[in-house]
Design a protein around this ligand. Structure first.
Ligand code: FAD
Length: 289
């Protein structure tokens, strides 16, 4: 039960939503409600006003721009992302991460904008957002701004987004050349959240060697991160089992791994290594296919 009083509005334009959000410091936007409403029921979030984004149809689109960027509207649900043919073809790791979110009901309501704004350290979609070098496009009273995913995740439930900004879309550059991607997740057996989730995007040269690799990791640390030491270790190699294992072993370099009832920090580090290996292997075989 939600015990504190709040007002509710459902504007039909993003400009109106920005105005309403700026009117009251204690306002919050709501998208799928699958993270915010549980917090309100627990009394951990007590907004005075809720601004529902769901009447803003333009936030629900997935489109390909002339330069190949796949722009995914903030209100696109995990389910729609998982089923979209363009996303499945060009951004397999994102489609796999979206289809790994919670259960059918959560995927049918929860949105990519909500997931990135909430920034749960165990959320799935931050990993592919990082691995694909996505940009988070936001609008606020000062206008529009683009935030690189690599500069966006700051800590547990903490991002570069200002309180008066609304995410409008998440922009994924089209992977160039012979590129494959994959997401591998060890899900918490009860909640379904990622104890560890690894997204890998690998580009190979004509001779099959690894030209470029990007690895996003979620669930393991206070915030999702890029495993840059692992990326450096794999780039330029022939991508054989030894090179993959050596790179995966570096996927937790420079992080402080979380420790909780689900997994100790040692076990989490082990999981990251195992799931990084799986994600890289699948991404590499897709790149070569
Ligand atoms: C049972 C259950 C299991 C789940 N399992 C998983 C899982 O396995 N993996 C996973 O990743 N997630 C999981 N989730 C979380 C789910 O994916 C949520 O949908 C997601 O985290 C938030 O999206 P939402 O659209 O519901 O956001 P909301 O709950 O509506 O909002 C969340 C926060 O983001 C803000 N916000 C929302 N949209 C925007 C926007 N466009 N711009 C700025 N701020 C915005 C809100 O103000 C609020 O602070 C689970 C949730 C539940 C209830």
């Amino acid at each position: 039960m939600i015990t504190h009083p709040f007002t509710y509005q459902a504007p039909s334009t993003i400009e109106e939503a920005v105005r309403e959000l700026g009117r009251n410091g204690e306002s919050k936007v709501i998208a799928g409600g699958h993270s915010l409403l549980p917090l309100m029921k627990l009394g951990l979030a007590q907004p005075e006003a809720l601004i529902d984004l769901r009447r803003i149809a333009s936030l629900r689109e997935i489109r390909i721009e002339d330069d190949g960027i796949v722009a995914i509207g903030a209100l696109t649900t995990h389910r729609d992302i998982a089923h979209d043919p363009t996303v499945r073809a060009k951004l397999a790791a994102l489609a796999e991460a979206a289809s790994a979110v919670g259960d059918l009901q959560v995927r049918a309501r929860g949105t990519i904008g909500g997931s990135l704004a909430h920034a749960d350290p165990a959320a799935d979609e931050p990993a592919p957002a990082l691995a694909f070098d996505a940009t988070i496009r936001a609008i606020g009273p000062q206008g529009r701004r683009d935030i690189k995913a690599t500069e966006y995740f700051k800590g547990t439930f903490e991002t570069a987004l200002a309180e008066n900004e609304i995410i409008t879309e998440v922009r994924f550059p089209a992977p160039a050349g012979r590129t494959g991607s994959a997401y591998a997740k060890f899900a918490h057996p009860a909640s379904g959240f990622a104890v560890t989730g690894v997204a890998a995007v690998v580009t190979v040269k004509a001779d099959g060697s690894v030209e470029r690799v990007a690895i996003g990791v979620t669930g393991a640390a206070a915030a999702a991160y890029r495993a840059t030491a692992a990326e450096k270790a794999l780039a330029g190699t022939n991508g054989d089992a030894k090179a993959i294992a050596a790179a995966a072993a570096k996927a937790t370099d420079a992080i402080t791994a979380l420790s909780d009832l689900a997994a100790s920090s040692e076990y989490r580090k082990h999981l990251v290594t195992v799931y990084a290996k799986r994600a890289i292997e699948r991404a590499l075989s897709r790149a070569k296919a």
